[in-house]
Every structure is written in structure tokens, then in C-alpha cells.
Design a protein around this ligand. Structure first.
Ligand SMILES: *Cc1c(COP(=O)(O)O)cnc(C)c1O
Ligand SMILES: *[C@@H]1O[C@H](CO)[C@@H](O)[C@H](O)[C@H]1NC(C)=O
Ligand SMILES: *[C@@H]1O[C@H](CO)[C@@H](O)[C@H](O)[C@H]1NC(C)=O
Ligand SMILES: *[C@@H]1O[C@H](CO)[C@@H](O)[C@H](O)[C@H]1NC(C)=O
Length: 574
């Protein structure tokens, strides 16, 4: 080995030494490896144990939350959904389904997108003169539409009187360029925004130290409250797999928040006859990952106020935040008692309530794009803030999702609240809730309607929902549409609701009469059908009957998802 013979002595010795040592090591290797393996095994066992623990814990939570039968039913529904999903993807079925969805969407397009109107798909080469723009705007405002002006639309427009609209437009005009992101440039806007929040805090009996923010709408208010609860649980309890517990009837914005922020959503049934959330089931679903409980005052589908007092007690006991969704109740629920109507506790006077969402753009009569979310403490509000101290664009801080925001809307919101005032809201509560009661009574006492329609629960505010006892309720909805009404179709259970607003108050008797005529006509049709010996109930003809009656009953609703997605695409069809 020439190489090794030329090696310097010291190095060669070193080499020999290594060889010797490695020989010794070789005889020891099995032992050392054994010890290593032991360590590995131990680690593996621990990991496996932790994994097992986690899944056992989850399984136990599930069993506790849903009960054995509930868990089995849930598994059954899931399996059906997966199997039906597979069925829908079979080659023949898939093309058939796609064809039908496309047909339905193009039918919808016929209704939504006028075919013969002039379309402007690119910037005009030269800007139009202002009169031309004005003229076109006039045409756009007068396009054929469901007549909210005549009170034919449920919800949607809550006030609609010219005088208020004029004032709002003026306020908007004064602050068209304003943006609260620059409070030094637009100090008036900052002041008005803070004052709006303060006014709403007062309405909901907020304790000293409470705080709030304004947002672009109820959905954003709810999303922010969920974010705050998630951040709180993470910061204070290290919760990394957050969960929240919702009444099935709670607004869909909570599910959206769950989707956006990866908060697992547990839905709890709101059974008849009260249609309030089942508090015992809520309680059973609480575990150490729960970051938020939710109640509505009232909810959108049935206009029912959940048992907020019981939820509050539960929240206090378990030390979990409770959000009360008053987006719809907004400026009506705070005035119920004063107006002499039956009410239920719903606000910060209940100690367990930690946040409330209230839409100024519903019964607060502000223009669309305005809402508030209120917190019991400043700390809770801070959990929704976003601050980045290191951005190259400068230190950045914003209370919510938006960066730049329309100061004009803030001014219009402030102007609305100031001009309507407490007396105005009390008056509108008396009118709107009073009319709701009249409509309920009419449905429950008129011989035709009372034998066929059933009001869901005991609605205390401005929304009433009803289902049909023998007829297909969606046929009734479609027949009402044919008479120019825009009511809301509901599902689980199939029903219709009406959200009363000031424009509807003026025509509620016409609504009642049309409903009566429609029910009579549908009953007549049904009798004819039976006489002909056809026992198939209601041949789905109208839109809601088709959507909710047929597609809605499928085990896997992916077809409905496709349809709805097609609808969204249509909104941007120029
Ligand atoms: C309207 C409404 C909301 C929020 O809806 P937006 O359209 O985003 O303002 C939330 N909860 C209830 C009960 C509602 O009726
Ligand atoms: C429902 O069906 C669709 C395909 O049609 C599938 O993508 C989806 O995963 C199914 N849902 C479930 C929960 O299996
Ligand atoms: C388009 O057609 C409808 C009826 O089909 C008509 O009412 C409407 O005025 C037409 N619009 C234009 C811009 O021609
Ligand atoms: C009004 O609306 C804008 C955007 O829609 C929002 O940023 C602002 O906070 C709202 N202001 C009030 C007072 O509600």
C-alpha cells in the first residue's frame, strides 16, 4: 500500500487507532442499536398513544354531544351523501346532470340578464357627457323589477321614504371622498363613526368598558365576532382546533366564518313547537375546544328569539363567550318593551352575553353597507384588530377586514340615526311589529288560511314563517311570485317567511288577501288532481318548487351547489 506507506507517522497511527476502535465498535454495535431502537419504540408508542388519545377524546366528545343514536344517524347521512356523490359522478349520470344544470342556468340567465339591452363591455373611447350618463342611469333605475316601492318585497328595503333617502344622499354627497383610514384628513367621519357605535352600545345596554366597531354589514359583523372569539381562545387557552356551537337557524354568516377561519361548526336543532335552539344539546356539545356559543334575537328563517337567558347562564357556567345575533332585530328588539309588545331578555343585561351584532342598515334605516358589532370589553374588540408593525408600507393598523372605507356611508348612517331618533324608532317598531301581529292573527283566524297554514313558533318581532299542512308550500311561494310578491322560501322544514318593513306595512292587507286567494286556488287544483285519481302531490312547475322540492331532497346536494355557482357566475355576466 504505497499510499499508506507514505503517510506521515502520526497520521498513520491515527488511522490504525481508528481501525482498532471501529473493530471494537462493531462488536458493540448490536447493543448500541438495540438501545436506539428502544428509544425509537418508546417515541413511536408515545406518538401512537397521543394519537389514540386524541381520537378517543374526539369520539367521546362526539358521543357525548350527539348521543349514540345521533352519532349513528350522522354516520348514515354521511355515508348516503358519499355514495350518492359517487353515483352522481358515474359517466352517464354526470353528463345528464351537467346538461340539466346548464339548462337551468340558461333559463335563469333569460330572467336575470336582459337580452335586448345595450351592453357596455369596455370603456367608452371618449367619456360621455354628464347628461348622457344621467339618462342611462335613469333607464337602469327603471329596469323591469319586483316592486319594492309598492311593498311587494319581503325584507330588502326597510324604510324607503323619499325624505330620508334625500337626507342620506345629501350626507353621502358631502363626504363622497372621505375615508376613515385618514382620521386626520377626515376628522368629521371619525367622530360620526365613533358616535354611531356609542349610540348602538346604548341601545343594547352595554356596561361601562364595552366597545364596538362598525362594519360593512351583518355578515362582516358576525365574521368579526367569530374571529375575536377564535383569537381569544388561542391567546388565552391555546386552542388550536377551535369549534363553535350554532343553532341550526343561526345566520349562514357563522358558517361562512367557520369556513374562512377554520372553526369547526356544530349545528344544533331548533325543534318545534318553540323553534328555539335546544339548550340541552348545546350544553352536551361543549368541550375544551369550544370558542363560541351563538343565539339569535331573532333568527332570519323563522323570526324566533332563542332562549338567550338560558344560553347566557350556560356560557357563564362554562366560561365561554356568547354572541347574540341582533342583525335583524337591530333597532326593533330594543324597543319591543317600550312599544308595549311581549319581549325577552337578549342584550348585555344578561351577564353571559359577550358580543352582539346589530345592523344599522336593517331597521336602523341606514343605507346598505352599514352594521355594528359590539363587545362587552375592549379586550374582546382588540382580538379582531389587525396590526403589522413591520410592513414596508409603514406601520399598519386596521380594526377589521377593509382597508380604505367609504366615509360617505358613515355620514349617511349617522344622518339616518340622528334624524329618526328614539321616537322615530319607537314609532316604526309599533308600526312594523304591530302589523306583523295583525298578519299572524289573520293567518291564524281566517278559515281558509288557518286550516292550511301553520305559523312556526311564536315570532315576537317582524318576521313570520309558515308552513303548509297539506299543500306544497313552494307552489304557494311560486303562485305568490306570479302575483308580484317576493317572499322568501325556506327549507328544513319547507316554509315561507315574510320580513315586514315599512313599505309592506302599507299593503299588508293586500298581502293577506293575495295569500288567501293563492291558497284557495292551490286547494282547488289539489282537489281536481285527487278527483282525476292522481295521487302524486304537486307537479313541480315553479322555480322554488323545482329548487327546493326536487333538488333539495337529494342526499348529496352537489347539484344545488352547481346551480348556485352558475347563478353567481351569472351575476357577472355583462
Ligand atoms: C340580515 C341578517 C344578517 C346579516 O346579513 P347581511 O346581509 O350581511 O347584513 C345576520 N343575521 C340575521 C338574523 C339577519 O337577518
Ligand atoms: C357529493 O357529490 C359530489 C360529486 O357529485 C362530490 O364531489 C362530493 O364530494 C360529494 N359529497 C360528499 C360529502 O361526499
Ligand atoms: C326588451 O324587451 C322587453 C320585452 O321583451 C321590453 O319590455 C323592453 O323594453 C326591451 N328593452 C329594450 C332596451 O329594448
Ligand atoms: C358604514 O359602511 C362602511 C363600509 O360599508 C363601513 O366601513 C363603516 O364602518 C360603516 N359605518 C357605520 C357607522 O356603520
Amino acid at each position: 500500500m504505497t499510499g499508506s506507506s507514505r503517510m506521515p507517522v502520526s497520521l498513520r497511527e491515527g488511522f490504525e487507532n481508528v481501525k482498532k476502535r471501529s473493530k471494537a465498535a462493531r462488536s458493540n454495535r448490536s447493543l448500541a442499536l438495540g438501545a436506539g431502537m428502544l428509544n425509537l419504540d418508546l417515541i413511536r408508542n408515545i406518538v401512537f398513544f397521543l394519537f389514540l388519545l386524541r381520537w378517543t377524546r374526539r369520539a367521546l366528545w362526539k358521543l357525548k354531544g350527539r348521543g349514540l343514536i345521533g352519532t349513528v344517524v350522522e354516520a348514515y347521512v354521511d355515508i348516503r351523501r358519499v355514495l350518492y356523490g359517487i353515483f352522481l359522478r358515474l359517466p352517464g349520470v354526470r353528463t345528464q346532470v351537467r346538461k340539466q344544470v346548464e339548462e337551468a342556468v340558461s333559463k335563469l340567465q333569460g330572467k336575470l340578464v336582459p337580452a335586448n339591452a345595450t351592453r357596455y363591455l369596455a370603456l367608452p373611447k371618449e367619456g360621455w357627457d354628464q347628461d348622457a350618463v344621467r339618462k342611462e342611469l335613469e333607464t337602469l333605475a327603471n329596469m323591469d323589477h319586483t316592486r319594492w316601492e309598492d311593498g311587494y318585497v319581503s325584507g330588502a328595503v326597510y324604510h324607503g321614504e323619499d325624505e330620508l333617502i334625500k337626507l342620506q344622499t345629501e350626507a353621502y354627497g358631502k363626504f363622497t371622498v372621505a375615508n376613515p383610514i385618514h382620521p386626520d384628513v377626515f376628522p368629521g367621519v371619525r367622530k360620526m363613526e365613533a358616535e354611531v357605535v356609542s349610540m348602538v352600545l346604548g341601545l343594547f345596554n352595554a356596561p361601562p368598558g364595552a366597545a364596538g366597531v362598525s362594519t360593512s354589514g351583518g355578515t362582516e359583523s358576525i365574521i368579526m365576532a367569530c374571529l375575536s372569539a377564535r383569537q381569544k381562545a388561542y391567546a388565552e387557552r391555546g386552542v388550536t382546533e377551535p369549534e363553535m356551537i350554532l343553532p341550526e337557524t343561526a345566520h349562514v354568516a357563522f358558517r361562512k366564518a367557520g369556513d374562512y377561519f377554520k372553526i369547526k361548526v356544530h349545528l344544533v336543532a331548533c325543534p318545534a313547537p318553540s323553534y328555539q335552539v335546544d339548550i340541552r344539546r348545546v350544553s352536551r356539545l361543549i368541550n375544551s375546544n369550544t370558542v363560541l356559543l351563538v343565539g339569535s334575537a331573532p333568527n332570519f328563517p323563522h323570526g324566533i328569539i332563542d332562549d338567550i337567558a338560558a344560553l347566557s347562564k350556560l356560557a357563564l357556567n362554562k366560561r365561554i363567550p356568547l354572541h347574540v345575533d341582533c342583525c335583524l332585530g337591530s333597532f326593533l328588539v330594543p324597543f319591543l318593551s317600550q312599544a308595549g309588545f311581549e319581549s325577552q331578555p337578549f342584550d348585555f343585561r344578561l351577564k353571559g352575553v359577550t358580543s352582539i351584532s346589530c345592523d344599522t342598515h336593517k331597521y336602523g334605516f341606514a343605507p346598505k353597507g352599514n352594521s355594528t358589532v359590539l363587545y362587552r370589553t375592549q379586550q374582546l374588540r382588540q382580538y379582531q384588530y389587525f396590526v403589522d408593525p413591520a410592513w414596508s408600507g409603514g406601520v399598519y393598523a386596521s380594526p377589521g377586514i377593509a382597508g380604505s372605507r367609504p366615509g360617505a356611508l358613515i355620514a349617511a348612517c349617522w344622518a339616518s340615526l340622528m334624524s329618526v331618533g328614539e321616537s322615530g324608532y319607537l314609532q316604526s317598531c309599533i308600526q312594523i311589529v304591530g302589523t306583523t301581529k295583525k298578519l299572524i292573527e289573520h293567518i291564524q283566524t281566517s278559515p281558509h288560511l288557518s286550516s292550511e297554514l301553520e305559523i312556526l313558533g311564536n315570532p315576537l318581532v317582524s318576521v313570520l314563517a309558515f308552513k303548509a299542512k297539506t299543500l306544497n308550500i313552494y307552489d304557494i311561494a311560486d303562485a305568490m311570485s306570479a302575483k308580484g310578491w317576493h317572499l322568501n322560501a325556506l327549507q328544513n322544514p319547507p316554509a315561507i317567511h315574510v320580513a315586514l318593513t315599512l313599505p309592506i306595512v302599507k299593503v299588508w292587507e293586500k298581502l293577506a288577501a293575495d295569500l288567501e286567494a293563492v291558497v284557495e286556488a292551490e286547494q282547488e287544483k289539489e282537489r281536481a288532481r285527487v278527483a282525476e285519481g292522481k295521487n302524486v302531490k304537486g307537479t313541480a312547475v315553479g322555480d322554488s318548487a323545482a329548487l327546493y322540492g326536487v333538488a333539495g331532497s337529494l342526499p348529496n346536494k352537489s347539484v344545488v351547489v352547481d346551480l348556485a355557482t352558475g347563478f353567481l357566475d351569472l351575476l357577472y355576466k355583462a
